[in-house]
Design a protein around this ligand. Sequence first.
Ligand code: GAR
Length: 197
Amino acid sequence: MLNLVVLISGAGSNLRSLLEACRDAEYPARVVAIGADRDADGLELGEEYGISTFTVPFTSHPSREAWGDELLAQIQLWDADLVVLSGFMRLLPPRVVAALTPNLLNTHPAYLPEFPGAHGVRDALAAGVAETGASLIVVDTGVDDGPVIAQERVPVLPGDTQASLHERIKIVERRLLVQAVLDIANGHVDLKEHSHI
Ligand code: GAR
């Protein structure tokens, strides 16, 4: 059984897909804790699914490093096999990444290396591309430039808004995430082989 800690900043709709997958007794992973950097809406999923939550507010720490150290301490309490950033909108300090990688995944709403950063959907729309995508990567110390574990193209359709395109991308993200966790748990994907650092 693969134990997961999932970090969020927002609604946690991708997290919900993972929690639904984990309800299946045959699925070899479970979420042991949900963490956030703010009072994220998705923390309510903890109550709904009976899972512990923790919040380490970025704004109540004197530096990114101090915040990161506290976040890492909270994560390590759970002895997780894998940490998933699922809409976690803060850059982790290098020593947090170093402590967790390669067992640290991030979902991203674009076909990396295209459109990295916090506005992957907006940037793809602004660029006028015909297709963008969804990616799942191992987090390393760069911004969205870690090894790609899974990715898939998603079309941009006429009349798309940021919301409609993002929702189409998230449908793919959820499938990639649930499948990748399964593959890692079953040993079909070895994250150590995908590590840059
Ligand atoms: C997802 O699309 C995820 O890839 C993105 O935030 C969304 C979270 O949605 N993450 C990033 O943009 C990270 N740079 P959710 O809260 O509904 O799961």
